[in-house]
Design a binder for this molecule. Structure first.
Ligand code: ADP
Ligand code: MG
Length: 627
């Protein structure tokens, strides 16, 4: 193409591509910023590469990319000092290649419902400018010796013009004439926000106008306002550096750079750095987790060669790792594909496994290096670890060796240590190991105390994931059962072969049973009188582990709704060997006897938090009248 002034028609099959681009990409139109700025970055990097290969012998000089907003002229300009294009190259790369790419993209997706995050993932490049511009101009001067500068113009129809122009500086200016329906892109704050989002870590310095800063010069009293270049990006973010070159402080600083609005400190981090068989870099941070999963604000950000892609890494990292924060950068993650395709992609699978392994390795490293530190940290990441253990087999295999279980006495054991510790006392007559747990040490206090009196340990499992975790651990460990400490009387929790002697005669037992049944609602409370240790409470109320698990499962959904609609049922066990019962039996006056029994029952209900409303107030009044 040697003419100085050419008009032409882009060879189109799709009659007019631009309205389609515009309509289709509407919700994601802001990505034009990323596309055009990353083209400027590419052009700069290519020039540097040509320089180092000796194909470009000139001076590279300043390469800062500049973004200029002109509200009066309604233009947004992206200027680079990269390799530029000749007229032939404009024709080839813009009229033909870029256009066919855009056309292919539209052909492929025009009949599909826009899938969020699909469009944002590249594929449209240069032509994305037409989402917000009624006219796009390119002014460019190639680095090649004797090259002539050219201007390409296109108003969104398939017609374009190319003309020769005067341009002294090497490189390319992309001038967007912002369309009337996209005037928001003429706002300084909007562009600043988009540059922050998409361009923050691009590898070539980017300037967006100037900003005011207050500086105090030496020897002066007051700080003065000065104008400095408004630099958008950090071209060398921490994750692109070698782990050996970074200190703890650098990781902490990068965290703040990444999430400026976040004031928590992360617990620790993992620096990923792989180039074979896939390319992956990044830094993941472990945040302190709350007991209940909260809405996550500081999500993992996904980059491709330092270009921001998305803050949704669903399908790329396992679900439980989405609780982490930080950055992943991989050019090997396919971008313009759906989430379901992502999960079946081989590279993505490998990347996901690699990250899981690295996370488990890091945890093991801390565990081995400093047990005390690990125990302290564990509390803050417990939810995450439990989530990982129940959802990822491979993670379970590694982490189950050092995941910690804390007793009500505040001692932390690994699972193996715990088993070792409790085996002698808590193995039942069928050789099954019974692990007692509480999900609320406060509410189940009296049960924990009586377990303790029998020499049993109770561990605290109090997260939302506890029911799943327990099922998982029972599935993986033969002859092991988790039983909540208040789910039965002590002798039944861990059945031993010793028979307890019953102090009561058959008639006495019948009497106690009848008396008790008169005083409780027998559809809710199944009454039983049996011998327990004299030190056990006179009356114990329990709810069976099975029943409670079914009810819990029905609350969490799944086909258990039948259990959810069942009324609560409890066992009310009278301890035939407790001296209080003996005393009640000895009482001659029937009404006093009844009152004594009522008090014993109410006290048992109180310890299970079951004494409420009218019953509670009657109990209070009765007790007060005795003072
Ligand atoms: P891609 O970047 O994926 O190649 P684009 O549609 O973004 O696709 O750009 C098409 C081509 O146009 C680029 O490959 C490049 O050759 C050329 N190009 C676009 N912007 C510039 C620029 N600022 N400087 C030099 N060449 C550019
Ligand atoms: Mg591009």
């Amino acid at each position: 193409m040697s003419t100085t002034n050419t008009t032409g028609k882009i060879n189109v099959q799709t009659d007019n591509i631009f309205p389609i681009i515009k309509k289709f990409l509407y919700s994601d139109n802001e990505i034009f910023v990323r596309e055009l700025v990353s083209n400027a970055v590419d052009a700069t990097k290519k020039l540097k590469a040509l320089g180092s290969m000796g194909e470009f012998k000139g001076e590279i000089g300043e390469t800062r990319i500049e973004i200029e907003l002109n509200k009066d002229a309604k233009t947004l300009t992206i200027k680079d000092r990269g390799l530029g294009m000749t007229a032939e190259e404009v024709d080839k790369y813009i009229n033909q290649i870029a256009f066919s790419g855009a056309e292919e993209f539209v052909q492929k997706y025009k009949d599909k419902a826009p899938e969020t995050n699909l469009i944002g993932h590249f594929g449209l490049g240069f032509y994305s400018g037409f989402m917000v511009a009624s006219k796009v101009e390119i002014e460019t001067l190639s680095f090649r010796d004797g090259a002539k500068a050219v201007r390409w113009e296109c108003d969104g129809s398939p017609n374009f013009t190319i003309s020769e122009i005067e341009k002294a500086e090497r490189g390319t200016n992309i001038i967007l004439h912002i369309a009337d329906d996209s005037l928001e892109f003429l706002e300084q704050s909007k562009i600043q926000q988009l540059l922050d989002k998409y361009c923050k870590f691009l590898p070539v310095e980017i300037q967006f106008g100037i900003k005011k800063e207050y500086v105090k010069a030496e020897g002066e009293e007051e700080s003065k306002e000065v104008e400095v270049a408004n630099i958008i990006n950090n071209p060398e973010p921490a994750w692109t550096k070698k782990p050996a070159d970074l200190k703890d402080e650098d990781y902490a600083n990068f965290y703040r750079e990444l999430y400026p609005m976040n004031f928590d400190e992360p617990l620790f981090n993992i620096h990923l750095n792989v180039d074979y068989p896939f390319n992956l870099t990044g830094i993941l941070y472990f945040p302190k987790l709350k007991k209940t999963p909260e809405i996550q604000k500081n999500k993992i950000q996904l980059y491709s060669n330092q270009v921001f892609v998305s803050d949704n890494v669903e399908g790329i990292v396992p679900d439980f790792l989405m609780l982490l924060q930080g950055v992943l950068d991989s050019p090997d993650i396919p971008l313009n594909v759906s989430r379901s395709y992502l999960q079946s992609d081989n590279n993505v699978k490998k990347i996901s496994n690699h990250i899981t392994k690295k996370v488990a390795d890091k945890l093991e490293e801390i565990f081995k290096k400093d047990r005390v530190e690990f125990e302290r940290t564990f509390e803050d990441i417990k939810v995450f670890i439990e989530y990982g253990m129940i959802s990822e087999e491979k993670f379970y295999d590694k982490v189950s060796k050092f995941a910690l279980y804390k007793t009500t006495e505040n001692v932390s054991y690994t699972f193996d240590e715990l088993v070792e510790k409790i085996k002698p006392a808590q193995t039942d007559k069928d050789d099954k190991l019974v692990i007692l747990y509480t999900n609320n040490a406060n509410e189940q206090y009296s049960y924990i105390q009586s377990a303790k009196a029998h020499g049993y340990e109770t561990i605290v499992l109090d997260s939302q994931l506890t029911p799943h975790l327990i099922q998982n651990l029972e599935g993986k460990n033969d002859k092991t059962q988790f039983v909540r400490v208040d789910s039965d009387t002590i002798d039944n929790l861990i059945k031993k072969s010793i028979e307890l002697v019953d102090k009561l005669t058959d008639t006495e037992r019948e009497d106690v049973k009848k008396l008790t049944e008169e005083l409780v609602n027998v559809t809710t409370f199944k009454v039983e009188v049996k011998p327990m240790h004299t030190t056990d409470a006179p009356i114990v109320i329990t709810q069976s582990e099975f029943m409670r698990r079914m009810k819990e499962a029905s609350v969490m959904g799944g086909g258990m709704s039948f259990y959810g609609s069942m009324p609560d049922n409890y066992n009310l066990v009278v301890n035939a060997n407790n001296s209080v019962i003996e005393k009640i039996l000895k009482e001659g006056d029937p009404s006093t006897r009844k009152e004594m029994m009522q008090n014993a029952i109410d006290l048992a209900k109180l310890t299970q938090n079951l004494l409420k409303g009218e019953e509670l107030s009657q109990f209070v009044n009765r007790t007060l009248s005795k003072i």
